[in-house]
Structures are given as C-alpha cells and as structure tokens.
Design a protein around this ligand. Structure first.
Ligand code: PLP
Length: 442
C-alpha cells in the first residue's frame, strides 16, 4: 500500500506535467492530479492504484458492454497480432477478420444495411458518414445536397465534422471555426425538422442524423412515434436518415440496436464503442443495400476516403469475439431485464428523495434528474449532480453528471453483464450519495 501510494504520487506528477487529458478540466488536473489511476478491471468493477474498487456505472465511456477482464478477448487479440498484426484494406488488399465482421454486421443490422466502411472510433464514423452521404449525392447528380441536419442536444464526437454536427453548444464553442453546412433542430420535434427542411430547401439537404437515445446530452429517450415520423419526413423529401448508434448499438438498450425499438430502419448507421466493448479501437458506418448498389453502379475512379486503420485485423477479430460473447451469454436480454431492475431502483429512490425528479431508462442506459422541486421541475442554482458524483465515487460507484443546458442529471450505462445483486449495490450507493447531498441542499 505504501509503495502504491508512492508510485501514485510519482505517476500523478508525471500525469500533470506531460499528459493532456481528453475532455478534462486542465485547471482541475493541475490542482489535484488524476483521482483514479486505474490498474485493473474485472466484470463490472474497476480497481485503482490507491487500492480502491468501484462499480463501473457508465461502462467507462458507455463502451465496455461485455465487462472488464475478458481473457478470451485478450487471446484472440494475441493470436491475430501474432499471425497478421496489421493489413491495409486499400485497393486490392483485405483480411479475413474484416471481411467476416462486415458480413456479420450485415446479418444483425437493422433494415437492409448491408455494407460497412470501417474506422477507428465514433468521431471518424460520423465524419465518414457525412462525407459518404455527400459523395452519394454527387454520384446521384444532386450535388447541391450537402447540408446535414442534427439535433440541438446531440453529441456526435470531436473530429471537425462530428463537432460541427454536435448540437451541444459548448463543444462547438470550444473552437472558433467549424465545418460549413451543418444545421440544428429542436430535439424530439418532427415539425422542427419539417420547418428546417422547408427553410433551407429540401434540394439542399443531404442527411438528417440522430442518436436513437441521446446519450452524452443527458440520456433522452424519444417519445413514441417520433422516429416513424422522422423516417417518413426523410422519405418525403428524399433525405438520407442516419442513426448515430455509437452508444446504443450492440445490446445497450436491450435490443441489438437502439433503433430496433422504433420499428424503422435508417439509410446509414454509425457505430463504435460496443463493437469491441472498448478492447480495441474500432468503429464504422453501414450503408443500405440500395445505396451500396448505387455506389457500385455510379462510382467512377477511387472512393477517396480511407483511414490507415480501416478494417484493422486485430480490432475486427476482437469485435467478432465480442459479438460472439454478447450472443452466447444472452447479454442483450440481460440488458433488457436488468434495465427494468435499474429503473425500479431509480423509481424507489425517486419516491424517497425530495431532490429526485424525472428518472428513465431503456435497457441499461438511464438517467436520474436532480431538482429543487419535483412539482415545478425547478433546478438548484448550482447543479448538484457533480456533488452526488463525488459522493458516489467515495462509496465505490463511478458514473457521470450532465449539466449542459440547465440540466442537473446523473447518467448510467453499466456493463451488460451486470446482475441483480450488483444493480442492488449500485442503487444503494446512489441512494446514499444522493442522501448525503440532499441533507446539505434542503
Ligand atoms: N457519437 C456518439 C453518439 C457518441 O456518444 C460518441 C462518443 O461518446 C461519439 C459519436 C464519438 O465517438 P468517439 O469518442 O469514439 O470518437
């Protein structure tokens, strides 16, 4: 323990001096250093250098769907790296894991999505989707169709296109120049989409993009009928409908894909995160068979879009094994059943704690809102969610707070392997953390 403390302090100093962290307060990092220097993950739990353990209530970054510490995955990665650690997929080169994964995705994907372009993560998937959609319209002889419409509380990543599509304003305000031709509409208002299309001119719109459940924006679940109406508006104006399933794919919501809940199919779909449960960096965009046929027929020359790591053999081998585990262990069903337990626990807390407002979950993605008054939905002047987060971390539960747009929300997405007892533990810690904050707030 003493040695660990010493090495914690040394590492924390090096971290402060040399490690520019993603999506992190630089001032806070300099003041306190990293809190958790993680050393191990097993099942739903993470362990750190200070000897603590905690339930990973967000599957780290909504991605570790099959849980931590899977030796089978390590074995597959080892075998693949030993035989073919890397292969180009440009031009005439391909590799077996990438081919098999593309075929597997065609089998499980919603609607008639049949072809996959691979990337290394969600942001690249989004940028690729916008470029492929725009290129598609060039091929179709409608080059004016270049505008992308997204939603006001959406998060699509941090590459230039993905940042520009992100509805959450602080992410766009971080930089002083964005990509052109991105437009935003109110979330969950099909009429707002219709109005925007009319305002801009339908002949200028390439695509509409939406997360089936808005994740980073605060876990907002679409009302019944929303996506059906969106699909029909897109059809009416000949606009491509893209779902960003970076968080919601691969069992998270209790179905294979988030959009499966709504009985509609997209023309394109972005995915990442859960495809490998975070064990390797992989993402992609799927396109419909109709689009693929058009690409084949109309494309001349080279598809000038490709990453060095598109179709990385080790990442694709890991993804195949990850999907095998997801299916073998019935984790999608488990997400649905445990999601109901999670929501039951949230509702119990809601009935007992004066500062808990709306609670919601779809499968194993959920949210708990904190309010000054349950009846008027009034917020506290200073959000409480970060305080609850700190109290929960002290007690062994890691989650995330969302405070954009006047929200005061705790969000959850535990690994899909979580069991009833672990859900009970999560709920108990959450309740204690809320109680600790509530007793000071009211
Ligand atoms: N799209 C959605 C819906 C996301 O939630 C995220 C990340 O959280 C991204 C895209 C970006 O993915 P990445 O961080 O892998 O680039």
């Amino acid at each position: 323990m003493m040695d660990n403390q010493k090495s914690y302090e040394q590492l924390a100093e090096l971290d402060k001096k040399h490690f520019l962290h993603p999506t992190t307060s630089i001032k806070q990092q300099q003041a306190s250093g990293p809190d958790f220097i993680l050393t191990k993950g097993e099942g739903v739990r993470l362990y750190d250098l200070k000897g603590r353990s905690a339930i990973d209530g967000l599957s780290s970054l909504w991605n570790v769907n099959i849980g931590h510490g899977r030796e089978e995955i390590a074995q597959v990665a080892f075998e693949q790296m030993k035989t073919l650690g890397y292969s180009s997929c440009f031009a005439t080169f391909s590799n077996e894991p990438a081919i098999k994964l593309a075929a597997k995705l065609a089998e499980i994907a919603p609607g008639n999505l049949t072809a996959t372009f691979f990337t290394s993560g969600g942001s690249e998937s989004n940028d690729s989707a916008y470029k492929l959609a725009r290129h598609y319209w060039i091929l179709k002889g409608q080059p004016k169709r270049k505008k992308i419409i997204s939603r006001s509380q959406s998060y699509h990543g941090v590459a230039m296109g993905a940042t520009s599509a992100t509805g959450l304003k602080p992410f766009r305000d971080f930089t002083n120049s964005l990509a052109p031709d991105f437009h935003y509409v109110d979330h969950f208002s099909p009429q707002a989409l219709r109005d925007k299309i009319q305002e801009e001119g339908p002949e200028t719109i390439a695509a509409y993009i939406a997360e089936p459940v808005q994740g980073a924006g605060g876990v907002h679940i679409a009302p019944d009928g929303y996506f059906k109406e969106i699909r029909s508006i897109c059809d009416e104006f000949g606009i491509l409908f893209i779902t960003d399933e970076v968080i919601t794919a691969f069992g998270r919501t209790g179905t294979y894909f988030g959009i499966d809940h709504y009985d509609v199919a997209p023309d394109m779909m972005c995915f990442a995160k859960g495809i490998t449960s975070g064990y390797a960096q992989l993402g992609g965009v799927m396109i419909s068979e109709t689009m693929h046929k058009d690409f084949i027929e109309l494309s001349e020359g080279t598809l000038l879009h490709g990453y060095t790591y598109s179709g990385h053999p080790m990442a694709c081998a890991v993804a195949l094994k990850n999907l095998e585990i997801l299916e073998r262990e019935n984790l999608i069903d488990n997400a649905r059943v445990m999601g109901e337990e999670l929501l039951k626990g949230f509702k119990q807390i809601q009935s007992e704690r004066s500062i808990v407002g709306d609670v919601r979950a779809l499968g194993l993605i959920g949210a708990v809102e904190l309010v000054k008054s349950k009846y008027t939905n009034e917020r506290f002047p200073e959000p409480l969610a970060p305080k609850v987060l700190a109290e929960a971390a002290k007690r062994g539960l890691i989650m995330r707070s969302v405070v954009f747009d006047n929200q005061d929300t705790l969000v959850f997405a535990p690994p899909l392997i979580i069991n009833k007892q672990e859900i009970g533990e999560l709920i108990q810690i959450l309740d204690e953390a809320i109680e600790a904050v509530e007793s000071k707030a009211v």
